[in-house]
Design a protein around this ligand. Sequence first.
Ligand code: AMP
Length: 215
Amino acid sequence: MRLIFLGAPGAGKGTQAVYLCEKYAIPQISTGDMLRKAVQDGAELGRQAKAIMESGGLVSDDIIIGLMRERLAQPDCGRGYILDGFPRTLAQAAGLDAMLGKDGIQLVLLFDVPEKVILARLTSRRTCSQCGKIFNMISNPPPADLVCPDCGGRIIQRDDDTEATVLNRLRVYEEKTAPLKGYYEKQNKLAILRGDAPLDQIHREMDDLVAPLAR
Ligand code: AMP
């Protein structure tokens, strides 16, 4: 099962990916998580990416495509994966198609959420700095001691979840990533879901869309 989750920052890609990844025992591959880990580890990639990420811009296509080529070659990707936050540009989408050849992406789920909802979601989002688990101060508050119940990591507000950076990330999304909708529509792979629908409705819709791929 080879899927892409598309949608603006805060559309719920990461949260929805966890549901399907657990159900089908496939990895969730988030370039954002990989880059944040590189920043935390002080890796060369992290040094290059840190300032770009803090401003809400995009890391260069060459770096990201190289990162994904290595990641998708890992054995845990053999049964499939969900790509979350990649591709983010037309060049990345073309790079991915070239990389996968005939075993290409089967389905692209676009989570559509109004900008007003996104802004509210992102500025109230909190994230485990270690495992990436997502909380929300309004709908799913973290424990009062801000210690992650899953891994014991510290729960924080991401540097790029502040209002100014979020606005920039949304602009970048409209300019660079939104055109991917047409790209995958042409390939007949696109399905659009309302990302602000109740969770059980989103789960049902995802189940209906992906079940035929699991057979
Ligand atoms: P995310 O966690 O997906 O919101 O990503 C956080 C930040 O990492 C983004 O705002 C970008 O700066 C960078 N990033 C993540 N994925 C990509 C990508 N596919 N291409 C370029 N930059 C990326």
